[in-house]
Design a protein around this ligand. Sequence first.
Ligand SMILES: [Mn+2]
Length: 275
Amino acid sequence: MNLKGILDIAGRSNVGLVRSNNEDKIGEDQEIGLVVLADGMGGYKSGEVASEIAVNTILEELRAAIPDLPPGEIDDQTGYTRESLAARNSVVKANEAIFSMSSNEAQYRGMGTTLVMGIFYDNQITIAHVGDSRMYRFRDGKLQQITVDHTLLQELVDRGFYTQEEANTSLNKNLVTRALGIEGSIAVDIKEDMAMPGDIYLLCSDGLTDMVDDQEIHATVTAFRDNLDQLADKLVAIANDNGGRDNISVLLAQPNKEFPSKKDWKSKFGKLLSK
Ligand SMILES: [Mn+2]
């Protein structure tokens, strides 16, 4: 389904104040309802290569797959929507592309990237992520983190070794336990949820969340909720005001009205009614 004019998007990717190059990459396609963000890592320039391959592969794969899908149809075998399966498949392809390049070319050895993406369709969103790039949702005045980081610290918090407060002051919060391009296969977290008109979805790299705590993100989204472009600029500016130690990327998406698929209840249940 074409979400042009329905899904408002604003994205910024900023080098920050300390790094010399930007290894983050963002991508969007309003027509297929896609927002995607990657934060690359690796030696000289290879982090940039990894995040760019990830975003470009996912855009390419989903531009080919999404338009042919019946929006929101559920796959009997897995219980996931076809969009979710396409999302997962596109991340698998991106992982393979990065892994094969890093295996075959010495200068790219060890490169990888985190990833977070959202696909909007049929009043829903599919969220896919790997690593510590995050998605937040702002709804009814509340900000909620809807991805769980794949980091050593988050795993230790989940297992009860640390409280979240202790974790926040720890030095090792950036050690990711999952990233694209490191191994030949990849485990992708997939989540499906309702998307409501007015919701603001914030995708961001750790260059935002390491510099700006959730409370300040919440206050900023609340203050600038009516203008996504201003909000994106403001989030980046605060991260830089607080030190800008890493590249900062933010990608905001907001459905401005409902977007049910064309099929109504009659065609959904047409098979039953026609007997
Ligand atoms: Mn980063």
